[in-house]
Design a protein around this ligand. Structure first.
Ligand SMILES: [Cu+2]
Length: 161
């Protein structure tokens, strides 16, 4: 019986360790649109991350993809308005603010961590995690499976004795 509770504790520990990594996959990153700059102009995110731009300035701003992937349109100053875009594919995505591009109000979102990624050089990373989440999730799943198996074996032994 004592052994079984040890296994249960180990399983719980595995869940606690690996669940945050699994949840991080669909994370959200916020970039503020200030007067007249993006507070984090260059960010690096994992595939599947939603970037939300928040209007925190008094001037009208936009977040507009250079590649035509997204365009918030004018977000009025003082409105606290937001615009979100989810990045799935690895790469570097440049964007700017239509009224203030000439004043240097532009930025990049680098999506890294997917297969075949090689575009991380020079990017100012917001994420400090090394190693891809898919591997972490995989090993977490494996750990849980092993826990379950161990519990089964112990249960069987208890019944046999
Ligand atoms: Cu602007």
């Amino acid at each position: 019986m004592r052994r079984l509770s040890i296994v249960a504790a180990l399983c719980l520990a595995a869940v606690v360790v690996f669940a945050p990594a699994a949840l991080a996959q669909g994370q959200t990153v916020t970039v503020s649109m200030e007067d007249n700059y993006f507070d984090q102009p260059n960010i690096t995110v994992e595939p599947g991350t939603t970037v939300t731009w928040v209007q925190t300035g008094q001037n009208p701003h936009t977040t507009t993809s250079y590649d035509g992937l997204w365009d918030s349109g004018i977000v009025e100053g003082g409105s606290g308005g937001t615009f979100s875009f989810t990045f799935e594919e690895p790469g570097t995505y440049g964007y700017y603010c239509i009224p203030h591009e000439a004043q240097g109000m532009s930025g990049t979102v680098t999506v890294a961590g997917g297969a075949g990624d090689s575009a991380t050089g020079g990017a100012q990373g917001q994420l400090a995690e090394t190693g891809g989440p898919p591997l972490v999730v995989l090993s977490g799943t494996l750990a849980l499976a092993l826990c379950g198996f161990a519990a089964l074996v112990l249960l069987r032994r208890r019944r046999a004795s």
